[in-house]
Write a protein that binds this ligand. Sequence first.
Ligand code: CTP
Ligand code: CA
Length: 225
Amino acid sequence: PLKIQQNGPLAGKHVVITAGPTHEPIDPVRYIANRSSGKQGYALAKEAVKAGAKVTLVSGPVTLNAPSGVERISVETAQEMHEAVANVLPADIAIMAAAVADWKVANQGTEKIKKQADGSLPSLEFSENPDIARFVGHHESQRPKLVIGFAAETTNVEEHAKAKLTKKNTDWIIANDVSPETGIMGGDRNQIKIITRDGIEAWDDMPKGDVARKVIEKIAKTLSK
Ligand code: CTP
Ligand code: CA
């Protein structure tokens, strides 16, 4: 049974969490996706509830059940995720764990794309999706006190993560190396580095549930300062 601490360290706080992939339609029957499972975001939502927070989980398509006590808003595209996040502000804490598609298909078909008799191939055109973390980090009137972004990288993890902290104006970036050989993307364990304005903490490899519990503890500690 879930132990909600009524007077827990995040009691009275509203936490918005994005999680999972987004799906970007190509035509009515096809889409572009990514390998995010949503596990880390969902684990964070569960731990935030346990710490007494009101949690809104804005989730892309995943196979996970919503942790009990969480209000889940299910979305499909990055644009829908952006609108859902904008609608649920204000929040005290925003954790942007979703693997948001960077691009959507600009020349989406309204009908299923059919094979051509002459063998000619379809071509996709893209346009950029809204950057939700950047939107939240730079929000003029409703910026949460603590905005936390993730950085999924396959090279130069720290360098890219620092650049994202600045560009998106987040307080922290939780960075991880998602190269296929790490097994982090879709797996049950995670090894993170937390980049803040004060420096970098490198954490040991551990189950995603433990990462979530420790991140929520660190959030509570930071807010109590
Ligand atoms: N993010 C977001 N909206 C987007 C893209 C990213 O909210 N359209 C968030 C992610 O949830 C994550 C952070 O921004 O918290 C970094 O995402 P990432 O994909 O690593 O960075 P990008 O800025 O998209 O840069 P790139 O993919 O080119 O590395
Ligand atoms: Ca990206």
